[in-house]
Design a binder for this molecule. Structure first.
Ligand SMILES: O=C(O)C1=C[C@@H](OP(=O)(O)O)[C@@H](O)[C@H](O)C1
Ligand SMILES: C=C(OP(=O)(O)O)C(=O)O
Length: 413
């Protein structure tokens, strides 16, 4: 783990080969952990992620809670625990980092209150910290929630739904964002014996007990995106990423299709993916990130590195993540001679300059994905990444794996 203020990243040969071990998916791991806790039984979860978001949730669920619990900067931990502590009738304060207290949670709190949870806001209405004061079932099994803010509210509600006396009929209102994450939740619930029906905008979850069953977490496709970017930017590349499946539960497994126009060929073989280089397509299609928001920074930085233009939509949820990611990209891309501009409402375009700038120093805004998305540009030019330890949220061994692939990472002030 690099603890320096900043790291100077370069790659002397620009040739990438070898096997790369990815972290396990924190999304899958955190669902398995919540479901195990709700099942009241013990069963092994294999390949549990070493990501801080997962280690934190595991630790919080394996010790008695309270009186104050911090979800730190982990969105899933904050949202899943709000529902978990509510349904298990625990009385405590749930908080997080300063940024977490700016990330909205009102949609989830309103829904839980309708079901019977007693929750107060300790700061600003609609935001953490929360005071959880117990649960008194209100008797209704029908609920409508907005689906266009964060899918994590919906996943949180779905996972507790089988414990409600009559299950839950959840109607999703508005445009459904991050839908693959909702489907991942339902698929994992089904693995543990709770089969739901998702038709149109309505999800019906039966009242049932979760079954104890082993679970193996797949490697993290979001983490794989940085290797796709590196392959696209390298002069030569042949990289193997083990333990990734074509039939993944993760929405970010769209990468093989999404990255082909950027010059990366994916071959599923040997239980993982082999990445090799193909020509970059001249005209790139508009990309909609509403189902895969965590890939947006990777693609924006990559387009700047390849000096291609790309149109990006479905970025709405980026404003309420670890940082305002649209603003962060807009602030950092000009350091590379590129810009991200909103050309019409909700449509963003990366305009790429053709001149490499010297002394590029990327600020990372307490956001792991800013560090991981911009570091691959070291294959084009030396680049300084600030606060490199932010990667611990989802990919603690990121820098180690870069070093193993021939990158040099020198601590700097
Ligand atoms: O449910 C999950 O595991 C996640 C859902 C997504 O968030 P939103 O639903 O807020 O877009 C994603 O960005 C996040 O990294 C993980
Ligand atoms: C948005 C993310 O995480 P979360 O919302 O769970 O904090 C992420 O990992 O990119």
């Amino acid at each position: 783990m690099i603890t320096a203020n900043a790291v100077r990243v370069s790659h002397p040969t620009k040739v990438l080969t070898g096997h790369v071990t990815l972290p396990a998916s924190k999304s899958e791991a955190n669902r398995a952990l919540i479901i195990r806790a709700l099942s009241g039984q013990d069963f092994p979860i294999h390949n549990l992620s070493d990501a801080n978001d997962t280690q934190l949730l595991n630790q919080l669920l394996s010790t008695p809670a309270g009186p104050e619990v911090s979800a730190e900067d982990a969105g899933t931990v904050m949202r899943f625990l709000t529902a978990y502590y509510a349904i298990t009738n625990q009385q405590l304060t749930l908080t997080g980092t300063a940024r977490m207290c700016q990330r909205p949670i009102g949609v989830l709190v309103d829904a839980l209150r309708t079901l019977g949870a007693k929750i107060d806001y300790l700061g600003q209405e609609g935001y953490p910290p929360l005071q959880l004061k117990g649960f008194d079932y209100a008797g209704s099994n029908q609920l409508t929630v907005r689906a266009d803010v964060s899918s994590q509210y919906i996943s949180a509600l779905l996972m507790i739904a089988p414990l409600l006396p009559q299950g839950l009929e959840l109607t999703l209102a508005g445009k459904i964002g991050s839908e693959p994450y909702i489907r991942m939740t339902l698929a994992q619930m089904a693995h543990f014996g709770v089969q739901s029906v998702f038709e149109g905008n309505k999800i019906t979850v039966p009242a049932l007990k979760y079954e104890a069953k082993e679970y193996t977490v797949e490697s993290d496709w979001s983490g794989a995106s940085y290797w796709y970017s590196m392959v696209a930017l390298a002069q030569e590349a042949d990289i193997f990423l083990p333990a990734l499946r074509a039939d993944s539960l993760q929405g970010d497994s769209v990468l093989p299709d999404l990255m082909a126009p950027f010059g990366v060929k994916t071959t599923f073989k040997d239980g993982g993916v082999h990445l090799t280089k193909i020509p970059v397509q001249e005209a790139l299609d508009r990309i909609d990130f509403s189902a895969c928001p965590d890939l947006a920074q990777t693609v924006a930085a990559l387009a700047a590195g390849l000096q291609v233009e790309v149109e990006m939509t479905g970025l709405e949820s980026l404003r309420i993540k670890e940082t305002d990611r649209i603003l962060a990209i807009q602030t950092e891309l000009p350091k590379l001679g590129a810009t991200l501009q909103e050309t019409e409402l909700g449509v963003f375009r990366v305009f790429s300059g053709n001149q490499a700038k010297n002394d590029v120093r990327i600020h990372t805004y307490d956001d792991h994905r800013m560090a991981m998305a911009f570091a691959p540009l070291a294959l084009k030019q030396e680049i300084i990444i600030e606060e490199p330890s932010v990667v611990k949220k989802s990919y603690p061994r990121y820098w180690e794996t870069l070093n193993a692939a021939g990158f040099q990472t020198l601590p700097v002030q």
